[in-house]
Design a protein around this ligand. Structure first.
Ligand code: PGA
Length: 258
């Protein structure tokens, strides 16, 4: 089955996740550097930057006339209304966001986001014309107790359950082992490939055509020196990059490795 699934060519996506970093001034410099690096890049990959909500207009202004896309790191599970502090998917569309990250492990851990809530967020994003980057990943304890597949499958299944087959074309999956995020520890390419193949098989059980097309990114200390090896695996279709996305040279070294 893996063989058939891997015949389709998927465009690599390299997505930066700035997390809660930056300022108007430092972003201006970083975005200028990104624009230059993008114009010089030797890659057919799609490049995306996900910033804090308040800076989306800055991204829109700086990136509008470039090949680089932009998006947010979260979205409300509600459509509109009395939800103080929340940001609706339709508002992200106002700033021409193409993507939104949902279910990042930092939101699952620090804001107690459940699989069901993450699924609602993905649905809201897609309704507003955005692509949802659905993050899944296990903790070290879960990996060591042999639960990796059960955990990531449950996380992805919750999203598959609320989306139509058509909606499924508008998701990207990001496998981010929690123990590898921001730690400098990376899953080996073989470890990551195994999980990616399992995730693709889970989608194939629902819809084979979608499974062949869906992009599955790896995240968790992807850096210029390990990107090539990870991205050469058949089911790794890109990266979700935290730390290394804060410097244009590192970020584009990854883009150029793809
Ligand atoms: P990292 O973060 O590259 O700093 O490990 C990845 C992520 O959390 O998206």
């Amino acid at each position: 089955m893996g063989q058939i699934l891997n015949q389709v060519k998927r465009r690599t996506l390299i997505a930066g996740n700035w997390k809660m970093n930056g300022s108007l001034a430092t972003n201006a410099q970083l975005l200028d550097d990104i624009v230059v690096a993008s114009s010089e890049a030797n890659s057919s990959s799609e490049v995306l930057v996900c910033a804090p909500f308040v800076y989306l207009s800055q991204l829109q202004e700086k990136l509008m006339s470039t090949e680089v896309r932009w998006g947010s790191q979260d979205v409300s599970s509600k459509k509109m209304g009395a939800y103080t502090g929340e940001v609706a998917a339709s508002m992200l569309s106002d700033f021409s966001c193409g993507y939104v990250i949902v279910g990042h492990s930092e939101r699952r851990a620090y804001h107690l986001e459940s699989n069901e809530l993450v699924a609602q967020k993905a649905l809201r994003a897609i309704e507003s014309g955005l692509t949802a980057i659905v993050c899944v990943g296990e903790t070290l304890e879960e990996r060591e107790s042999g639960q990796t597949n059960a955990i990531v499958s449950a996380q992805l299944k919750a999203v598959l359950e609320v989306l139509s087959d058509d909606d499924l074309n508008k998701i990207v999956v990001a496998y981010e082992p929690v123990w590898a995020i921001g730690t400098g520890k990376t899953a080996t390419p073989e470890m990551a490939q195994e999980v990616h193949a399992d995730l693709r098989a889970l989608i194939a059980a629902r819809n084979m055509v979608v499974a062949e097309k869906v992009r599955i990114l790896y995240g968790g200390s992807m850096k210029p020196d390990n990107a090539k090896e990870l991205l050469s695996m058949p089911d790794i279709d890109g990266g979700l990059i935290g730390g290394a996305s804060l410097k244009a040279v590192d970020f584009f070294a990854i883009v150029n490795a793809a």
